[in-house]
Design a protein around this ligand. Structure first.
Ligand SMILES: Cc1cc2nc3c(=O)[nH]c(=O)nc-3n(C[C@H](O)[C@H](O)[C@H](O)COP(=O)(O)OP(=O)(O)OC[C@H]3O[C@@H](n4cnc5c(N)ncnc54)[C@H](O)[C@@H]3O)c2cc1C
Length: 402
């Protein structure tokens, strides 16, 4: 079979790219190993964060002020595009602004203060950032475990599955074809300007361009991406709809704390708390995910320690060594975007659009994004697990000692 573009993976990145490509008249085939929503895009906490996993001070020091400001603007554009595009496509994503960054220790409150001062002074964020002291946080969230924090009204939360299904529907309506239960098992060589893509049921598609959008779920298909993007297990629960009298998240749409193993949460449109907490750095999920997360939930929200949990699930977050996404044309006609390192709700749909633009304009990624330093994890595919596990467990221990 022939296609203009094959997209591997039906998450935010892949479907967003497929939609723009189909609208531009390209024949697009999306190959999805499981089903739409099986990856991180259907399992995440829905927090729409500002900026990147590295703070702006790190970018200024590492890449210089000009690159830092360009990157900040890209992340701002990604958030605006998420909300604006959903609205113009008629996809209701339950967007609500008002995201809290919460300090679990005095030292991290000082870091949040410094970060907010820099964002106000050099990135024009003074109008959307509000300082909260301990009592303000308790009033907004219903928990008094945090030392204080900041509210960002340029960030917020969405219902991610609504976005994902909306993208799938509009991409299909625009002419893209999505094949579920079609795992790509090999990317072949290039001949006559086309790359051969083979699936586990033996189908072969020969495409002018291949977009590799499998992020943390890629396995054995694209070695350069898999060397840079590690899957980290993250675990989420949903409570039953909460009694408003509990005052949980009465004054904000979502929040996350400053722990290395971050706790993150949002109040859904139907009054539940979605709470993510706990990570796992070795393959395989815990047998009792609800039990695994409940401990953290009870520590952060003591009023919810015995609440009824209606759902519990796990997903793989794709992280890179520097926590920066990797956007590249790795060989002629083979493009990758992955490794959003926990910030993909805003970034992945936008990066999907950048992939589509690169194909439509035959432009590559010459700007700051194409130059982000994203090395491979040390140790190769086999040794990276023990090395990374040791490093990440050390940081997790520091959380517990803070
Ligand atoms: C539990 C959890 C909570 C998170 N919370 C947040 C949050 O609150 N805010 C935030 O910004 N980010 C969050 N993230 C991260 C965010 O969800 C991801 O960065 C983003 O969804 C990545 O989108 P993607 O399309 O690149 O990958 P995915 O959504 O993972 O999609 C990749 C798809 O590729 C498919 N695939 C893989 N290999 C193949 C193959 N060989 N053939 C065919 N198909 C293949 C997979 O089945 C999958 O469906 C969270 C992630 C998790 C797991």
């Amino acid at each position: 079979m022939l296609a203009d573009v094959v997209v591997i993976g039906a998450g935010f990145t892949g479907l967003s790219a497929a939609l723009d490509l189909a609208l531009a008249g390209h024949k697009v085939i999306v190959l999805e190993a499981a089903e739409v929503g099986a990856g991180a895009s259907g399992r995440n906490g829905g927090l729409v964060c500002s900026g990147w996993r590295q703070d702006q001070a790190w970018f200024e020091k590492t890449l210089g002020l000009e690159a830092a400001q360009a990157l900040w603007q890209i992340a701002e554009d990604a958030k605006a595009d998420l909300v604006g595009r959903a609205s113009s496509l008629g996809i209701d994503i339950d967007w609500a602004p008002g995201l809290l960054s919460l300090a679990h220790a005095r030292s991290t409150l000082a870091w949040l203060d410094d970060d907010a001062a820099l964002l106000s002074a050099r990135y024009g964020q003074g109008g959307v950032l509000t300082r909260l002291d301990r009592a303000d946080v308790a009033e907004a969230t219903g928990t008094s475990v945090y030392h204080g924090g900041w509210r960002d009204d340029g960030a917020g939360r969405i219902q991610p599955l609504k976005l994902l299904y909306g993208l799938a529907d509009t991409a299909t309506a625009a002419g893209a074809t999505i094949h579920e239960r079609s795992r790509v098992v090999s990317l072949g060589g290039r001949s006559a300007g086309r790359t051969a893509v083979t699936t586990d049921c033996g189908a072969e598609v020969r495409a002018l361009d291949v977009l590799v959008c499998g992020d943390a779920y890629l396995e054995g298909v694209c070695a350069p991406a898999e060397a840079r993007v590690m899957p980290i297990g993250s675990f989420v629960v949903a409570t039953e709809p909460l009694d408003p009298a509990l005052g949980i998240m009465a004054g904000a749409s979502g929040g996350m704390d400053t722990r290395f193993v971050v706790n993150y949460f949002q109040k859904t449109a139907d009054g539940r708390l979605i709470f993510g907490g706990g990570e796992k750095y070795t393959p395989g999920w815990p047998g009792d995910i609800a039990g695994f997360v409940r401990g953290n939930l009870g520590k952060v929200f003591p009023a919810l320690k015995d609440v009824h949990l209606t759902h519990a699930w796990a997903g793989a977050v794709g992280i890179t060594p520097q926590r920066l996404p990797w956007l590249r044309e790795i060989s002629p006609g083979v493009l990758v975007s992955a490794g959003y390192s926990g910030q993909g709700v805003a970034l992945a749909p936008y990066f999907g659009r950048l992939l589509a633009q690169a194909v439509i304009n035959r432009s590559g990624f010459a700007d700051v994004l194409g130059k982000l330093p994203v090395p491979a994890f040390p140790g190769g595919r086999l040794l990276r697990w023990p090395l990374l596990t040791a490093a990440l467990n050390w940081y997790a221990l520091r959380d517990r000692l803070a």
